[in-house]
Ligand binder design. Structure first.
Ligand code: GDP
Length: 196
């Protein structure tokens, strides 16, 4: 799998520090603790590419990873920690909004949600943005190992059907960084978007 070659490229605190807006990019977003770092590490087969941590505020920046030349994964700032002060949160919001609004090489957005707590306010904001922007959206319902397989499947179906009529391409799957469930589907989606 090409994704296993992924390497850290750069961090950007502001939009003007992003790599040149060329090639193809897929962005990962999710509330803090959704399992985003674990998923990125699992999908790239690397233990600590994205920092896995419960420490509030550790994922403050836009982090860029290069799969191959001109093909990137982007780790967007996490949300949802009460401990992050308002100014910081507003700054994240600004950078995230700017990135989403301006990034032309963005091909798709992966939205990670804990399968036990899907579609919170922050998630809905990104779903709405995907609709307005016509940006393809892939929902990764993480920590599927916390539910029985049947419950997990049912949740994926419920979430997907609650978003029926979404005006941009939308797909949803279950995922577990712990068990590896859903990796093949996620690889297929990323590979398609990044034309790997
Ligand atoms: P992030 O804040 O979205 O980057 O979330 P992390 O990847 O740091 O994960 C948050 C917490 O959830 C950590 O304690 C992880 O060990 C745990 N976690 C992440 N993915 C899974 C999963 O697939 N299954 C289980 N059971 N726990 C997970």
């Amino acid at each position: 799998r090409l994704l296993r070659q992924t390497q850290f490229l750069t961090s950007a605190q502001r939009l003007d520090q992003c790599p040149p807006d060329e090639g193809l990019e897929v962005a990962f977003a999710g509330r803090s603790n959704a399992g985003k770092s674990s998923a990125i590490n699992r999908l790239t087969g690397q233990k600590s590419l994205a920092r896995t941590s419960k420490t509030p505020g550790r994922t403050q920046l836009l982090n860029f990873f290069e799969v191959t030349e001109g093909r990137r994964l982007v780790d967007l700032p996490g949300y949802g920690y009460a401990k992050v002060d308002r100014a910081t949160r507003q700054q994240w919001q600004k950078e995230l909004d700017g990135y989403l609004a301006e990034r032309r090489c963005l091909r798709g957005l992966v939205l990670l949600m804990d399968i036990r707590h899907p579609l919170k306010d922050f998630d809905r904001m990104l779903v709405d943005w995907s609709a307005e922007a016509g940006m393809p959206l892939h929902l990764l319902l993480t920590k599927a190992d916390k539910l029985s397989f049947g419950q997990a499947k049912t949740t994926v179906m419920k979430v997907a059907s609650s978003l029926k009529g979404h005006p941009a391409p939308l797909t949803a799957q279950l995922f577990s960084s712990t068990s590896g469930a859903g990796c093949d589907d996620a690889w297929d989606r990323l590979g398609g978007w990044l034309e790997l």
